[in-house]
Design a protein around this ligand. Structure first.
Ligand code: ADP
Length: 166
């Protein structure tokens, strides 16, 4: 069985993520969406909420599992689960410059390859951070996130570290 991982913080999951995960599911027998938590980072959504939104939006796709990644190395995570590939979406050359050393390190540490999928043109500008900022400032983000994410973003209080609508 060919198993891949799509790692990320998914705070929250958006249409750019979903598109890359769906393409990964077409290439591998099983795709694990590994939701990471870095305790130095401040998240808009809890790990449970981030996983729930990912599960809700990926429920109709076969062969996808949503799991917490834990705190350790991605290379070790892959080794323990028999994962042969890490799948990453690439939006820009700066994504590539950031990802290349990690890809080489993961191959050297655990023999795991990284597969880069070019971001779909329609979603190439999307990041969770930009979507949250546009939402807090009152912009329409409905084209960029699935319905369950939109509902939560519209219902929630803006986080204190982002500007509030005046
Ligand atoms: P991080 O955990 O680095 O904050 P994200 O959770 O936002 O990253 O994204 C996880 C992964 O999803 C990224 O490493 C990238 O491979 C992919 N990704 C993010 N945004 C897009 C996009 N708009 N199009 C395609 N892939 C994307």
């Amino acid at each position: 069985m060919r198993r891949a991982v799509c790692p990320g913080s998914f705070d929250p999951i958006h249409n750019g993520h979903l598109e890359v995960i769906a393409r990964a599911a077409g290439l591998f027998d099983e795709v694990i969406v590994a939701v990471s938590t870095n305790y130095a980072k401040k998240y808009r959504f809890s790990l449970e909420d981030r996983m729930e939104m990912a599960r809700e939006t990926l429920a109709s796709l076969r062969g996808i599992i949503v799991e917490p990644m834990g705190e350790g190395l991605l290379a070790e995570y892959c080794r323990h689960r028999g994962i042969s590939a890490i799948v990453k979406g690439l939006r820009s050359s700066s994504d590539f410059d950031y990802e290349l050393p990690m890809a080489t390190m993961n191959r050297q540490l655990a023999g795991v390859e990284t597969v880069f999928l070019p971001a779909e043109a329609h979603y190439v500008h999307l990041s969770s951070t930009l979507i949250k900022e546009v939402n807090v400032l009152g912009g329409d983000i409905s084209d960029f996130v699935p319905k369950s994410v939109l509902k939560r973003l519209l219902a929630g209080e803006p986080p204190t570290d982002l500007p509030r609508k005046g």
